[in-house]
Design a protein around this ligand. Sequence first.
Ligand SMILES: [Zn+2]
Length: 118
Amino acid sequence: METESPFCPECLAASQSGSPGKLSTIQGIGRMFHGRTQTCERCGSSVRTAWSVFLLLPLVPRGSFRVVEFDELAAQGVSSTPFFARRVSLCWPQVLRTWAVGGLALLFLAWIVVQRFS
Ligand SMILES: [Zn+2]
């Protein structure tokens, strides 16, 4: 039982228990959240997608989650992770948008490299 859930009943009902695991990147490689949509006015949670990233570029979506972030609690060491997450079905509009942005970033990087070495 989740006695002190930060999520409101509606968000709880629209999601399942599940965590993206530990999100961390080392030198741009690892896992991180991208995107933020469907922010709930009652509990402040929003839908974010966990990604496997390489050089900070989002490559593979690992699932979408309804997330409440606790930056302050994490900073004080109260919570081991800076967020609570519950799994929702993969948010394809967000995934496609993130891929589009990541693709543009990649093109931009490629352009810089071409400019420098041509
Ligand atoms: Zn809510």
